[in-house]
Design a protein around this ligand. Structure first.
Ligand SMILES: Nc1nc2c(c(=O)[nH]1)N[C@@H](CN(C=O)c1ccc(C(=O)N[C@@H](CCC(=O)O)C(=O)O)cc1)CN2
Length: 296
């Protein structure tokens, strides 16, 4: 292996510590602590683990955590009614509905019910529009974390050729918008892309978010490229990313591991977004650019 390992776990711990300091300053200025409400529907084991981690991290940063666990057979109207109560709750700065939701619930309708100014996941179409047009809003946590790692690794991203493999609303599209805002030349690749290896081979930055184990091969990577692996695939060999790590690490200049790369950044960025939400709601100045240098 020749690539440098991008330690997302360590970066996330530093970011969480900075959020904790920001919470202490907010508390002194506002006389209250930020609050994050997390809604979990059903018994999905991985989701339950993520929700528990979010609650613990929220409390560790000095914020208040409100956890709502609902049965898998809850109807959509009752879930939306809970979201509306949280929208109106003055102690709640951020609202997050853990995904995936059970099949009988239309996730898009539920996300639409969240007040965009409390949408710390950044999934509401209003926040997608704000990101696309450069207005202040909330950026989804996983791509925000990827962008932070990239800027930390490369500094100025301007003029870099970047490829984002995957076009989901949660990762691919916001990732492409963030890279565009950083003046990269961005290709969004997907299942219909012709000559994917050729596209990847031209990129200085590769962000893989396809959800297929070891999908991106080492020989596709341009020598010296930086590779960000968003995939979390459970296989018989354990947890692996979307990138063939062994092959890619031979040619890339830097690469995120799975686990310990992008994943931990997701929760750290959620705390960061919640702190930003609290500042905005109370009209307290918060220089997000000075804090992490990324995003609106
Ligand atoms: N409402 C949301 N739902 C989901 C999101 C989200 O951002 N908002 N993202 C994912 C799940 N997720 C957080 O919710 C998440 C995934 C992975 C990790 C992480 O730290 N992964 C570790 C490995 C953990 C493991 O062993 O399973 C790593 O990569 O090192 C944190 C959060 C889908 N749903």
């Amino acid at each position: 292996m020749t690539a440098e390992l991008i330690d997302g776990k360590a970066f996330a711990l530093r970011l969480r510590a900075r959020v904790g300091e920001g919470v202490a300053r907010f508390r002194a200025a506002a006389g209250r602590v930020p609050g994050l409400a997390v809604v979990l529907v059903g018994e999905d084991a991985a989701s339950a683990v993520y929700v528990r981690s979010k609650g613990k991290a929220t409390v560790a940063a000095g914020m208040e955590s409100f956890e709502h666990r609902l049965p898998a057979d809850i109807d959509e109207a009752s879930l939306i009614a809970l979201v509306e109560r949280l929208n109106a709750d003055a102690a709640v700065d951020g609202i997050l509905v853990q995904l995936p939701l059970p099949g009988h619930i239309d996730a898009a309708r539920v996300l639409l019910a969240i007040d965009p100014d409390k949408d710390v996941d950044g999934f509401h179409p209003v926040n997608a529009g704000r990101l696309a047009t450069g207005l202040p809003g909330f950026v989804p946590c996983t791509p925000l974390g990827c962008a932070m790692l990239l800027k930390d690794q490369l500094g100025d991203l301007s003029g870099k050729d970047a490829i984002v493999i995957g076009r989901s609303n949660i990762v691919g599209k916001p990732m492409a918008a963030l890279l565009t805002a950083e003046s990269c030349t961005v290709t969004i690749a997907h299942s219909r892309t012709h000559d994917l290896p050729g596209h990847v081979h031209r990129a200085d930055i590769v962000v893989a978010a396809v959800g297929r184990a070891n999908f991106v091969k080492g020989e596709w990577i341009k020598p010296g490229a930086v590779v960000i692996d968003v995939g979390i695939n459970r296989t018989e060999d354990g947890l692996v990313g979307d990138v063939d790590f062994g092959g890619a690490a031979m040619v890339a200049s830097a690469i995120t591991p799975v686990p310990g790369g992008v994943g931990p950044m997701t929760i750290a960025c959620l705390l960061r977004n919640t702190l930003v939400a609290a500042h905005r709601r109370d009209g307290i100045d918060y220089d997000a650019a000075a804090f992490d240098g990324i995003g609106p």
